[in-house]
Ligand binder design. Structure first.
Ligand SMILES: *Cc1c(COP(=O)(O)O)cnc(C)c1O
Length: 349
């Protein structure tokens, strides 16, 4: 089950869905009903599970579009059932079990009663049961084994009662890699399918490649005299004559509005000067005398010998690679390359 929520972690939901389909994914997962509907409108036919909580009024279109919904508690199960029965259709659902995340789901110890209820409710077909792990990206902690023990007890009880759903799943990227016991019938990797690591403590095994690079262009070059302010509120002032370039990326693209950002141009890391404006920001070109208008500027990815990973940039923003890529805004054009014609893949080999 390829996890494509948040516009496929900023990579573009529909294109990633197609790539996942071609690569053998059996299911897709999103967080919101509108993300699932967008995949259907684009013609994606794989089974889709909505991981988040969907309001009951969406049940009729979920049935028509063959979208599976997560049921996180008995009240919603009853409402889903009423809606499904009223529309005369069958809704595919997956039971959410809380084994320790403290978020959505029925406590594992109450899971058997929940499965029994789901089976009795008209209009619902229970296609799966799943849990989510709190700390699989910290493989040194014991939390994950404790959660999986609770899940295993429920799976055994459900099996004895003849209520074990066809698909039982638990593992996000980190768990799938670091806890083979979490793989069950299916895994739910998100971050790893984009070639990004779940955590500094949970690196990806060899063979994974980062899918995304973030690039812009140098759109202006100007020589500023010493003591000249740069940008809004002069959050940077030149101390000597300095060549300043303007690049076409701003916080409306998802580039964090902070001091101290870095960009790569002509294979060299250069500092962003002053704050980040909505649509552009300024870089120092003193160390890059050969910079020319139109040059490619890399914000995430590599160019020549220089490299900026989503992990490094995310950390410098006080967050992680997940939030960074999810924050790439809709106006940033996504350009797709297949492995065989990817210029980066070719030049980095
Ligand atoms: C986001 C999410 C995943 C994927 O997590 P990664 O850490 O990106 O692999 C899996 N399951 C659920 C329920 C999620 O919300």
């Amino acid at each position: 089950m390829a996890v494509l929520k948040g516009n496929a972690y900023g990579h573009g939901g529909v294109e990633v869905a197609r790539a996942a389909e071609q690569s053998g994914a059996a299911w897709l997962a999103v967080a919101r009903i509108n993300e699932a509907l967008a995949l259907r409108i684009a013609g994606v036919q794989l089974p889709v599970l909505v991981l988040g909580t969907v309001m009951p009024e969406h049940v009729p279109e979920a049935i028509v579009q063959q979208i599976s919904l997560t049921v996180p508690h008995p009240d919603l199960a009853r409402e889903f059932s009423a809606q499904a029965a009223a529309s005369g259709g069958m809704l595919s659902v997956q039971a959410k079990i809380d084994t320790g995340m403290g978020r959505l789901g029925v406590w594992a110890e109450e899971g058997l009663g929940f499965l029994r209820l789901l089976k009795q409710l008209p209009g619902l077909r229970v296609d799966g049961m799943f849990t989510h792990l709190s700390s699989a990206d910290e493989p040194q902690k014991t939390t994950t084994d404790w959660q999986l023990d609770r899940f295993d007890r429920l799976i055994a009880e459900a099996g004895q009662a003849g209520l074990r759903p066809r698909l039982v799943h638990a593992g996000n990227s980190a768990a799938s890699l670091y806890y083979p016991r979490s793989r069950y019938d299916m895994i739910r990797p998100g971050i790893a399918i984009y070639g990004l690591q779940p955590d500094v403590d949970a690196p990806l095994p060899p063979g994974f490649k980062t899918a995304l690079a973030w690039k812009t262009r140098l759109v202006s070059i100007k020589d500023l005299p010493a003591g000249h302010g740069v940008g809004y509120n002069y959050r940077y002032t030149t101390t000597s004559p300095e060549r300043i370039g303007v690049i076409a990326v701003g916080y409306a693209d998802g580039f964090r509005r902070r001091l101290g950002n870095i960009a790569i141009i002509r294979g060299r890391r250069v500092p962003v000067r002053s704050g980040v404006c909505m649509d552009q920001c300024m870089i120092s070109l003193d160390d890059v005398p050969d910079a020319r208008l139109g040059d490619e500027v890399v914000l995430i990815g590599s160019q020549g010998q220089a490299c900026l990973t989503a992990e490094e940039v995310g950390r410098s923003w006080g967050t992680n690679n997940y939030e960074l890529v999810c924050g790439l805004s809709a106006r940033v054009p996504r350009v797709y390359f297949h492995e065989e014609n990817n210029p980066d893949a070719a030049s980095s080999q």
